[in-house]
Design a protein around this ligand. Sequence first.
Ligand code: ADP
Length: 160
Amino acid sequence: MDPVFYPGSFDPITYGHIDIIERAIKVFGFVRVVIMDNPKKSTLFTVDERIDLIRECLSPITSNFEAEKHDGLLVDYCEKTGIYTAIRGLRALTDFDYEFQMALTNKALNDKVESVLFIANVKHTFLSSSLVKEIAQFDGDISEFVPPLVAQKLKAKLII
Ligand code: ADP
């Protein structure tokens, strides 16, 4: 099977991302989760913290993954690794516009790049890392959205 990678911010990883990863592993056998390090994008967790969270949340579920970071364009990652298939998740029509534009842009930059879109689980269609951060900020219950370790780290960062 072709190797695939799942690029994103994962700030932090949620059950929505985990669902996509588990389903992609069923289809492709192995997934490289790649934190695209964009210094211009402000994030709550550092790249290393996000990688640790991904590893700690996925390890009890599967060993068919790798978590790593990449700074630069997605096409540079593809050329560096020889892995040209990117997995993404699609929650709603609003995601579609962005994902469509990204997929076409990446293809324009390198025709070998393929984007594979997984339709979000209906349970997670509304779920995003930003929403989880907002709820956590007001000490809301995020146990249905993120694994316990992520909830703990979020609260430690956000609640004084
Ligand atoms: P980015 O900043 O690159 O969009 P994210 O970490 O927010 O990074 O998301 C990475 C990918 O995972 C995107 O394709 C996004 O649509 C998808 N995704 C995010 N949340 C969910 C979810 N709840 N269900 C399914 N896919 C999701």
